[in-house]
Design a protein around this ligand. Structure first.
Ligand SMILES: [Zn+2]
Length: 269
């Protein structure tokens, strides 16, 4: 199987400092051809860019996203805007294929809703100006996220293919709205959990050419690794579960989700 893990925080050094090379080798041996390095802060984005450069010969293609996550939206200042813009001007040389992860998260109150919305809208603007898809994180903030995305859509400042709702946890109704706007939906380890309900329903209704697989490593490890550190090699369990839900062979699902990711993130992937 050839797979594409569209979301992995391999730049979190505490989690992978001992064995990053082994983690990349495991991924390669499992058939993972491509990993999108996820970023949450400016420092994080910087490490993603360095990691990609350092590991260019690891046998797995690495691409980057740069952006500031809603939980750290209070750090989104003039300096952050400047750094992002400097990177985005050189996106092709740096292997940047998306702006992310950005979005809205009311689960923790680390940043105020106003800070979050400001950072989110600004970075959606960057994605539009630099013609890149956005990788969007949404947790317990569905209504406001949809409100912002709809407003951008109405003002014609949303790309035709605006990006992906990563680790999608919304309802089929919400999925319907996002799919109409052109979004892809990304799924992770939790779809393999026994109590998964909403996600399988969404996967069933979602057109197969809009599905992406991801690990969100080091979090969200799928069964049979639930509760342990996650890594891109385990994306196969997500592919297998998604294939089971869609009632197609796993190889077929691997091929389709890889094609989907390549289409979304551009010719360089
Ligand atoms: Zn993430």
């Amino acid at each position: 199987m050839e797979m594409f893990d569209t979301h992995a925080h391999l730049n979190w050094r505490e989690d992978y400092k001992e064995d990053i090379d082994a983690v990349l080798t495991n991924a390669k041996n499992e058939g993972v051809k491509h990993i999108m390095l996820a970023s949450s802060t400016i420092e994080d984005s910087e490490i993603s860019l360095q990691l990609r450069k350092m590991k260019q010969d690891c046998g797995v293609k690495l691409s980057c996203m740069v952006g500031v996550h809603p939980e750290t939206a209070q750090t989104f200042d003039e300096e952050a805007k400047y750094r992002l813009e400097e990177w985005l001007k050189h996106k092709d040389e740096l292997g940047i294929v998306a702006v992310g992860e950005i979005g809205m998260d009311y689960h923790y109150d680390d940043a105020s809703p106003v800070h979050e919305a400001t950072a989110f809208i600004y970075q959606m603007g960057l994605a539009y100006r630099y013609d890149l898809p956005a990788v969007i994180h949404e947790r317990d903030a569905c209504e406001d996220t949809l409100f912002i995305l709809r407003s951008l859509h109405e003002q014609h400042v949303l790309r035709e293919v605006p990006g992906v709702l990563h680790c999608f946890s919304g309802s089929p109704e919400t999925a319907e709205i996002l799919l109409k706007m052109g979004f892809y939906l990304g799924f992770d380890g939790p779809i393999t959990f026994k109590n998964a309900r909403k996600a399988p329903d969404v996967i069933r209704m979602c057109p197969i050419d809009r599905l992406l697989v991801e690990t969100d490593s080091p979090y969200m490890a799928p069964v049979p690794h639930r509760g342990h550190r996650n890594e891109p090699a385990y994306v196969r369990y997500v592919v297998e579960e998604m294939a089971r839900i869609k009632e197609i062979p796993a190889e077929e699902m691997a091929r389709i989700t890889t094609e989907n990711a390549r289409r979304l993130f551009g010719k360089d992937t």
